[in-house]
Design a protein around this ligand. Structure first.
Ligand SMILES: *Cc1c(COP(=O)(O)O)cnc(C)c1O
Length: 379
């Protein structure tokens, strides 16, 4: 029996508690477990860094939603990324990253893992020839974001997976912006999916977390080993909040997409707006690929203002329903200026973003209130 996405989100890994019948997975706030005899833990439960029932429920659910075999939950998206990279790479390895990678990912490569001996180059992932040209003999993996942050670029995951396979390198997809409801990279040929569950998966801006999902059992065993050895795991309270959010991912994403589509259309015809970056618009260069690999086009909308930097900052500071703040993917709408906020650390680098850019994380409020708020803020 195979179940649909929303059924899995509500039930995968979440059978009623065997002792009490509790329908909701309890928060197992325990560091250690009683053993039936010396060296005889029950179902591998010996210490909560290694395994915890609340975290295990979340991990099983995430694996089911991504169509993978094993999931791993971490204290943050960055912890998930760091654990993955130091599991599959060794110093001297090279990786290809998107030229508009998430700012924190870029910082991890350029300021932390580079000192550890990892080498990287940035390429526009929408250009397969550029990605091929960036590969070296020591390339270990290609890091993909689609849609990208904050420019909403689209990469052809299936084509990149074929390229990666041909060159014997891993394809890693940061699926944070799409969420597993809209896009399932493992089914498109990717080897590993990364999430900041802080965003759409958790969905309520009340918890920071990360996750990895893969299919290959050998890779899963190595990730399990490193997750335990490095210890950046999600705690039981955070795992519980994330699991609670995950149950409604499907209905939330439909509404995020409804609202974002309306806002992208509105901005496209607004005289103060120079261009709108949203993969759901037919004129977006990645529209066809997005339509092929995504169920819908997501809740993130970026746009550039004719009035340049000053207009972008003024707009961000003028909205009332859209809250000025970093992060994304929660039920409430957020607005930000990537150049000075989420992507400030990329200033002066190849990953610098335009100063006239505004990024919206479109929430699930009433669309008329969101449109009126933007209308007012754009003057
Ligand atoms: C937020 C984010 C991350 C980092 O996750 P944290 O939970 O903040 O550590 C990684 N990738 C993308 C695309 C993100 O938006």
């Amino acid at each position: 029996m195979t179940y649909g996405f929303n059924t899995l989100a509500i039930h995968a890994g979440q059978d009623p508690d065997p002792r009490t019948g509790a329908v909701v997975t309890p928060i197992y706030a325990t560091s250690t477990y009683y053993q039936d005899g010396v060296g005889r833990p029950r179902e591998g439960y010996e210490y909560s860094r290694t395994k915890n029932p609340t975290r295990a429920a979340l991990e099983e659910c995430l694996a089911a939603l991504e169509g993978g075999t094993r999931g791993f939950a971490f204290a943050s998206g960055m912890a998930a990324e760091d654990t993955l990279l130091r599991t599959v790479c060794v110093p001297g390895d090279h990786v290809v990253i998107p030229n508009d990678a998430y700012g924190g990912t870029f910082r991890l490569f350029s300021k932390v893992l580079e000192r550890w001996g990892l080498r990287w180059s940035a390429a526009p992932l929408s250009d397969l020839d550029a990605v091929r040209a960036a590969l070296t003999d020591s390339t270990r993996l290609i890091w993909v974001e689609s849609p990208t942050n904050p420019l909403l670029g689209i990469a052809d995951i299936e084509a990149l997976a074929a390229l990666a396979r041909d060159h014997g390198v891993l394809l890693v997809v940061d699926n944070t912006f799409a969420s597993p409801y809209l896009q399932q990279p493992l089914r498109l040929g990717a080897d590993v999916v990364v999430h900041s569950t802080t965003k759409y998966v958790g969905g309520h801006s009340d918890v920071v977390g990360g996750a990895l999902v893969c299919s290959d059992p050998e890779l899963a065993d190595r990730l399990a080993f490193h997750s335990n050895a490095m210890g950046a795991i999600a705690g039981p309270f955070d795992a519980w909040l994330t699991l609670r959010g995950l149950k409604t991912l499907g209905v939330r994403m439909e509404r995020h997409c409804d609202n974002a589509e309306r806002i992208a259309q509105f901005l496209s015809s607004h005289p103060a707006v120079a261009s709108v970056l949203y993969p759901g618009l037919p004129e977006h260069p990645g529209h066809e690929i997005a339509a092929k690999q995504m169920r819908r086009f997501g809740g993130m909308v970026s746009f550039r203002l004719r009035g340049g930097y000053e207009a972008a900052v003024a707009c961000c500071e003028a909205t009332k329903v859209f809250t000025l703040g970093e992060s994304l993917g929660g039920v409430e709408s957020l607005i930000e200026h990537p150049g000075q906020m989420t992507h400030a650390s990329a200033a002066g680098s190849a990953l610098e973003v335009p100063a006239d850019l505004v990024r919206l994380s479109v929430g699930i409020e009433d669309i008329d209130d969101l449109l009126a708020d933007l209308e007012r803020a754009l003057g």
